[in-house]
Design a protein. Structure first.
Length: 361
């Protein structure tokens, strides 16, 4: 039998990153790209780390998301975003860079500017004395993809989900997506409420409302919005997955398991659905079943899927299988080297390797 105190320790140290992981995958759950890292650079020491977010309510294959880095003093650099929508440009010299994200014909091109200030002296905008530092810096960018506007000349690209929505409600929904893109979740919520007041059965708006409430940390409101979205579209995979994730955030593992099992039946090829089903099973202490779901997530997602390794590491740690736990966490960091809790995990791996060589307690 596994000691409850050990499980509590595992949950206490590992669940702190769950909220961030949920938010990153709620929108990006359907991503299945590869690569994502360029190490050639432009002859410097700095790096740009970015993440791409898809609009919720839309399933897409991210294998064609091309990210271009341009500057006036160097050639173009190309990468393909990984399955989590992440891209990294390493070894960058000071300069002004333009990042362009091309996710295919269904999405607008997205561009972001990044200025890497030189080390020749003076102070940067944060007041740092550049003449006294030569420390490599990381610049983080967030790219929110937006669907292309509906064109009357191309009826084949009209979003069927919006076809029956009154124009005023659809316009408010699109405005909400723009606000979400700008990082203003409060404004997005207000616009989504307007859309729903005009068209209460607007499932896409309810799904997006749930996502925005999660970003704001208003979990109970997110659960309510996503419950209503699922009621309107019981056969739609995306709101069902988001509903299960919201229930996990609400610490209702029993209800989350139910919804995530339904999500898996609707899309058994989604590694994220299998992974979060595994997370819900961890919360219910069904660790063998959780391990099976996490392994299935890895089978589907391939070698570049990181988060299932993270949770498997916790399961094996809970079982006193220290070598396996350390191995899973090492694989996680290899795939997600810039995880927000990376240093803590490295310390945990060191402790697990030390326990591996110690007599069993």
């Amino acid at each position: 039998m596994i000691a409850p105190s050990r499980y509590v320790a595992f949950r206490g140290r590992f669940v702190k990153s769950l909220h961030l992981s949920l938010l990153l995958l709620i929108v990006a759950a359907p991503l299945y790209a590869q690569g994502g890292i360029d190490s050639m650079g432009t002859g410097g020491k700095n790096r740009i780390h970015g993440r791409i977010y898809f609009p919720s309510g839309r399933r897409s294959d991210a294998s064609s998301i091309k990210v271009t880095l341009e500057s006036s003093s160097s050639e173009r650099i190309f990468v393909v975003a990984d399955m989590n929508g992440t891209f990294v440009f390493n070894n960058l010299a000071p300069g002004s860079y333009t990042i362009t994200v091309d996710a295919g014909p269904d999405y607008e091109l997205s561009k972001e500017q990044v200025l890497i200030e030189g080390m020749g002296g003076g102070r940067n905008t944060a007041g740092i004395d550049l003449s006294r530092t030569n420390v490599p810096r990381t610049f983080s960018v967030m790219i929110n993809l937006q669907p292309k506007h509906i064109a009357t000349s191309k009826p084949a690209v009209i979003n069927a989900a919006l076809a029956a929505v009154p124009k005023a409600a659809a316009d408010a929904y699109r405005a909400a997506l723009e606000s979400a893109k700008a990082g203003d979740s409060r404004k997005a919520v207000a616009e989504l409420k307007t859309a729903l007041s005009l068209y209460p059965d607007f499932a896409l708006a309810l799904n997006e409302l749930g996502v925005q409430y999660l970003k704001l940390g208003e979990t109970s409101k997110a659960v309510e919005a996503l419950r209503n979205a699922v009621t309107l579209q019981p056969d739609d995979f995306t709101p069902r997955l988001n509903y299960g994730i919201a229930l996990l955030e609400a610490k209702d593992s029993t209800a989350a398991e139910q919804q995530l099992r339904l999500a898996v039946t609707k899309n058994g090829s989604s590694w994220t659905a299998h992974m979060y089903l595994g997370v819900s099973l961890i919360g219910l202490r069904k660790l063998s079943d959780a391990e099976q779901e996490l392994r299935r997530a890895l089978e589907i997602g391939g070698k570049r899927v990181g988060l299932p390794h993270y949770w498997l590491g916790g399961i094996y740690w809970d079982r006193n299988e220290y070598a396996r736990a350390a191995s899973e966490l090492e694989q996680y960091l290899e795939l997600v080297p810039n995880a927000p809790n990376a240093e803590r995990i490295r310390r945990t791996i060191k402790d697990l390797r030390a326990k591996q060589s110690s007599p069993k307690q």
